[in-house]
Design a protein around this ligand. Structure first.
Ligand code: PLP
Length: 355
């Protein structure tokens, strides 16, 4: 058995994988593969509608928001957000809490002025910068809720006098949020929601149509809303698997129940990191992520042998991102706590062997 701690694409629930595999051969007894059915068929329309309504239900989304399933990954949203929201000559505020936030703000510079109101770059993004004032004259504030590479997470969202846009790629549906606090949320599906190939966008309708800018159809949220994410051929399979995963979350008791499990998993792992003399955490304790747990070996020479031990125990995807080094255990929704216990036991066994 494998214990998948990979950061992205991340782990999906076994039940979802089984159902998806079946659908590849015979989708809902149609005699066709999910890969073959028309995106305009009533069967796919039902999938899309279910996915949209699950997003609304799980996030208790108020009226006035549209839910889109788009392509191009979160990276396309880095540009699509300012393209659609930032007027010519306008200004947007960005918190630079990691490389993804940095990439997002660089794209925004193509469309207007960018105020980087806080950054933790000088500390290799090992903490979430919190000391800032949100400029009231900016069009929106851009945040990254979870910094996948560094293992930091916004535990509390800052109050903002202007609309908040948030990249939730690596912690979407992992915890309860107050959806009304956000004007736009986007997330590549491939960490906590589904396979790569689809990007979720939740956007407050009243935000749109204010830039005075001509926007090509595929990059235009309003066109995508008017076409109900079917302006062109959507990623049918990725939307289907996301729908199954959202149903899996609902069946587990929703986001609140998942959040409890996620906190328990993270607590167990951080407790071991802090207790075990051979390892140490890499980021500010108060900003530690409940999704990506980053740590290093106190002695760099222990890194390779620990990875070897992990490999022997079926623990995969634990090597840290190249810009941070060490280890990164991604403990997304679908990772069972039993896998976390296997990792903890490996750390204890390693410490015992290397006393
Ligand atoms: N934002 C965050 C927080 C991420 O972790 C990633 C990918 O890991 C991205 C954006 C980029 O996503 P995509 O590969 O879907 O463009």
């Amino acid at each position: 058995m494998k214990h998948n701690f990979g950061a992205g694409p991340g782990i999906l629930p076994q039940e979802v994988l089984k159902q998806s595999a079946e659908a590849v051969i015979n989708f809902n007894s149609t005699g066709l593969s999910i890969l073959e059915i028309s995106h305009r068929s009533k069967e796919f329309e039902a999938v899309l509608e279910e996915a949209i309504s699950l997003v609304k239900e799980l996030f208790e989304l108020p009226e006035g928001y549209s839910v889109l399933f788009l392509q191009g990954g979160a990276s396309t949203q880095f540009a699509m957000v300012p393209y659609n929201l930032l007027p010519e000559g306008g200004k947007a505020a960005y918190v630079e809490s990691g490389v993804w936030a940095n990439k997002a703000l660089k794209e925004a510079k193509y469309f207007g002025e960018v105020a980087v109101i806080a950054s933790s770059k000088e500390a290799n993004f090992t903490y979430i910068p919190k000391d800032f004032e949100v400029p009231a004259d900016a069009t929106y504030l851009h945040l990254t809720s979870n910094n996948t590479i560094y293992g930091t997470q916004l535990q509390e969202f800052p109050k903002s006098p202007i609309p908040v846009v948030c990249d939730m790629s690596s912690d979407i549906f992992s915890r309860k949020i107050n959806a009304a606090d956000f004007s736009l949320i986007y997330a590549g599906a491939q960490k906590n929601m589904g396979p790569a190939g689809v990007t979720l966008v939740i956007v407050k309708d009243e935000l749109l149509g204010k830039t005075g800018r001509q926007i090509p159809a595929m990059f235009n949220y309003q066109v995508q809303i008017d076409g109900n994410s079917l302006y062109n051929t959507p990623p049918v399979f990725a939307i289907y698997v996301s729908m199954l995963t959202l149903n899996w979350i609902k069946a587990k008791g929703g986001v609140e129940a998942i959040e409890k499990e996620n906190i328990a998993k993270a607590k167990a792992l951080y407790t071991e990191i802090d207790r075990n003399p051979l390892f140490k955490g890499v980021c500010a304790v108060e900003d530690r992520s409940n999704m990506n747990v980053c740590f290093v070996a106190q002695n760099p020479e222990h890194e390779k042998p620990f990875l070897k031990l992990c490999d022997e125990k079926g623990i995969v995807g634990i090597k840290g991102h190249r810009s941070v080094g060490g280890f990164r255990a991604s403990i997304y929704n679908a990772l069972p706590i039993t896998s976390v216990h296997v990792l903890i036991e490996a750390m204890q066994e390693f410490a015992e062997k290397n006393k």
